[in-house]
Design a protein around this ligand. Structure first.
Ligand code: ADP
Ligand code: ASP
Ligand code: MG
Length: 466
């Protein structure tokens, strides 16, 4: 069987002409050592945010953001086309860009008239970023020396109809991906596929959730029986902490799938949390590499057996922008089903609760939620637990100041004496108060809740333990 590689470029890796030129060179160079290469790309950096913001504001009757995003999208993509596509390709490419920008205008006008941006409409708008970037990147790769063809993944990735957070159907995706991509690969072409998006059974465009292009790459790698997936980003692989928050963060050469899954789940944006499981199950090798330092080794994900570092602290992650919701009342604890109803109510708002604290003595259940969702969460709690509030079983729903969750990744944590002690004394030495912890559910991580204003200092202090 031929050696097949799937590589994915993130938004910054295609965000400027210099970056996209570099990405194209990486794809062309990979063809020297791989028989077949499939490229997946994100939208240019900032474009998805601009698109979603425009649609939401249009629904509120304000077309200001739309005008600005449309102008920027138009200028950035045309400029890339002019500097990277072969002259003969440019007129067709400019036409494609104009058509997609016009589609954006039509969608925003419609949203503005309706006064509502449904999840389905938001997906149709958000998808435009990747639909634009594939066209330009395919032209750039062709101009750099390897024939490339853009493909929209609405033809490949079949999902359910949960707009904004769709889940793929593996069997149908495999059938479609092979039917569309294998003929291109056999001809020696590099397919350049939109990340982030799919389509439901009715052919309506869906998205896999923010940051979902990593997930697209692993879905396609599994569907195509690829040997490896390379995630090209703007840092030297998975690092000991987010380099934007912690000075001195270093690249981790090897991490187990479980360690990286825990990091991704607890806020390390470098890999989408859902991108990991499909490749582990299929035994596909995953690497994270830096587009701007392609000779660097980056990070390789390995099986649990091969991973080292047992009993040490390997990395830190953080989820920011949270507030704690505390429900308290004498009739709440020990009553079957109350916790279940609380978390079902929270789940209806689309949040996933990263950690739960229960206090028997204070008769309280407490959980963090993204601060922009707090109002919605409270509303849902009052609706779904109306009877409990009315009877006085729950007498209070309180919301805290801003908090963050810091996650410490340390394999073999449960069986290593003293690590938790080290963590707490390091924080105490900096006078950092820990508001809550969750520990024991995973053998590779411990989660700490801290006041948002202490997060940077806490991360920096804990980083000295790595
Ligand atoms: P892309 O657009 O390539 O998908 P993202 O912005 O989604 O890139 O993810 C890369 C960013 O993730 C980095 O620039 C870095 O700031 C952030 N990040 C957070 N935690 C980590 C970590 N532990 N290691 C590396 N990068 C991290
Ligand atoms: N462009 C999408 C986003 O910004 C997907 C991605 O970049 O992975 O969320
Ligand atoms: Mg990303």
């Amino acid at each position: 069987m031929s050696k097949r590689l799937v590589m994915k470029f993130g938004g910054t890796s295609v965000g400027t002409a210099a970056a996209m030129r570099q990405a194209a060179k990486i794809a062309v160079d990979a063809r020297r050592s791989w028989d077949e290469v499939v490229v997946v790309t994100s939208a240019l950096s900032g474009v998805t945010d601009g698109l979603l913001n425009s649609a939401r504001q249009a629904a509120r009757g304000d077309l200001g953001a739309f005008e600005q995003t449309r102008q920027e999208m138009y200028e950035r993509h045309h400029a890339l086309a002019d500097s990277l596509a072969a002259p003969a390709e440019r007129p067709a490419l400019h036409g494609e860009i104009n058509n997609l920008v016009a589609e954006f205008s039509n969608l925003c006008q419609a949203i503005n008239v309706l006064g509502e941006a449904s999840p389905r409409a938001l997906d149709a708008v958000a998808a435009l970023g990747e639909r634009l970037s594939v066209r330009v990147l395919a032209a750039a790769i062709s101009a750099a020396g390897a024939p490339a063809r853009w493909v929209e993944s609405t033809r490949l990735i079949c999902t359910d109809s949960r707009f904004q957070n769709a889940a793929p159907d593996a069997d149908e995706t495999r059938r479609r991906s092979q039917a569309v991509l294998l003929p291109l690969l056999e001809k020696g072409h590099i397919p350049v596929v939109t990340g982030f998006i799919g389509a439901d059974a009715g052919g309506r465009t869906t998205t896999l959730g923010r940051g979902g292009s990593d997930y697209s790459a692993s879905i396609l790698a599994v569907a195509l029986d690829a040997q490896e997936v390379w995630i090209w980003t703007d840092v030297d692989g998975v690092m000991t902490a987010d380099p934007r928050l912690v000075g001195g963060a270093r690249t981790i050469r090897e991490l187990s799938f479980r360690e990286v899954a825990e990091m991704a789940h607890y806020g390390a944006k470098v890999l989408h949390p859902k991108s990991i499981a499909p490749v582990i199950q299929a035994g596909i090798c995953l690497r994270v590499l830096n587009t701007f330092n392609p000779a660097g080794e980056g990070t390789r994900l390995v099986s649990e057996r091969e991973a080292n570092g047992h009993g040490t602290i390997k990395a830190l992650a953080a989820i920011r922008g949270l507030r704690l919701v505390t429900l308290s009342g004498t009739g709440m604890l020990g009553v079957p089903g109350v916790a279940g109803r609380i978390f079902s109510a929270a789940a209806t708002t689309g949040i996933s609760v990263p950690l739960i604290i229960e206090s028997t003595s204070e008769q309280a259940i407490c959980f963090p939620a993204p601060k922009e969702k707090i109002e919605e969460v409270l509303e849902s709690l009052y609706t779904h637990l109306g009877a409990e509030f009315q009877r006085g079983d729950i007498d209070r729903a309180a919301v805290s100041e801003d908090v963050d969750i810091i996650t410490v990744i340390s394999p073999g944590l449960r069986s290593t004496v003293g690590i938790a002690g080290q963590i707490f004394s390091t924080l105490a030495a900096q006078n950092i108060n820990v508001l809550g912890i969750s520990f024991g559910a995973s053998d590779v991580s411990i989660n700490l809740l801290v006041h948002a204003e202490t997060t940077r200092a806490a991360l920096q202090a804990l980083h000295t333990l790595i």
